[in-house]
Write a protein that binds this ligand. Structure first.
Ligand code: NAD
Length: 285
């Protein structure tokens, strides 16, 4: 199936980026958020990011105008999904919220529409079970910032069928991304591998193995990582890191995923990284 009409639910950090790349790849996009102010803000971010691409001569001014013209908005699921062939959900990472959204999507989306989620850590199989079409539910895990990052982790739930997977793999290529197919296990591949490394860096800091700057320098210069793990944790958000580690620890049931007490302490203090102005490093806000 060729996907021409896409609805993106949630116009936040990830949703506006997903709408951006879909519109740029010639798809008709409907962006849904809870009110007009949030939608204006999301559209403003898309315009600004496309302007940057025009300045860098990645796209022409005309292509920007055409892409923007392909995006419409809605303030309810009902108004935004009548024609959708694919829905990409990018609302906050809360299980109850995903449950109510997928229950509603299943009732109101066209019967043959694929329902994808951008979740970082919730089981695709569990989300699929909220619907009566689990074979059409799939993980489409974009990376932040979406217009720049090449990877889409395509996650098959237990019941996801081959046709749905192939459609999403093909679409991801057409969006200019490199899709990688993975199975549904806690943290998928990306967070299963990344978060234990970040957690270990925090243990090393807590145990006084080295200062934060030194730990990051070792990983940047010694392992050719573009960012050190502590700076990356600050970028992701320490609260987000903690909640993903809690999922890994709970769902895999192995103590090697236990969140470092220093991470818990920082989150309790409200030191959440870049977004709060302070994490393992300080930031001007
Ligand atoms: N931020 C990241 O780096 C990142 C990376 C990969 C995956 N994710 C995942 O993507 C999803 C979205 O994360 P985010 O960082 O974009 O969140 P965000 O908080 O920036 O944006 C969420 C948006 O959803 C909207 N929303 C809330 N309830 C809604 C509803 N009922 N209907 C429509 N819109 C609603 C909010 O108003 C907000 O605009 C999460 O599942 C997260 O785990 C995030």
């Amino acid at each position: 199936m060729t996907v021409e009409r896409i609805t993106v639910l949630g116009g936040g950090t990830m949703g506006n980026g997903i709408a951006h790349v879909c519109a740029q790849a010639g798809r008709k996009v409907t962006l849904v958020d809870m009110n007009q102010d949030l939608l204006e803000k999301a559209l403003g971010t898309i315009f600004k990011n496309m302007d940057r691409q025009v300045k860098k001569e990645i796209i022409s001014a005309g292509e920007k105008e055409e892409a923007v013209g392909r995006i419409s908005t809605a303030t309810s699921i009902e108004d935004g999904i009548a024609e959708a062939q694919l829905v990409v959900e990018a609302v906050p990472e809360k299980l109850e919220l995903k449950e109510s959204i997928f229950t509603e999507l299943d009732e109101k989306a066209p019967a043959d529409a694929i329902l994808a989620t951008n979740t970082s850590s919730i089981s695709i199989t569990e989300i699929a079970a909220f619907t009566k079409r689990p074979e059409k539910v799939i993980g489409m895990h974009f990376m932040n910032p979406v217009p720049m990052m090449k990877l889409v982790e395509v996650i098959r739930g237990l019941a996801t069928d081959d046709e749905t997977t192939q459609t999403v793999m093909d679409l991801s290529v057409e969006l200019g991304k490199t899709p990688v197919e993975v199975n549904d296990f806690p943290g998928f591949v990306s967070n299963r591998v990344l978060l234990p490394m970040i957690n270990e860096a925090i243990f090393a800091l807590m145990e006084g193995v080295a200062e934060a700057e030194a730990i990051d320098t070792v990983m940047k210069l010694g392992m050719a990582h573009p960012m050190g793990p502590l700076a990356l944790a600050d970028l992701i958000g320490l609260d987000v890191c903690l909640s993903i580690l809690e999922v890994l620890h709970r769902d895999i049931g192995d103590d090697r995923y236990r969140p470092c007490p220093l991470l818990r302490k920082y989150v309790a203090a409200g030191w959440l990284g870049r977004k709060s102005g302070r994490g393992f490093f300080g930031y001007d806000r």
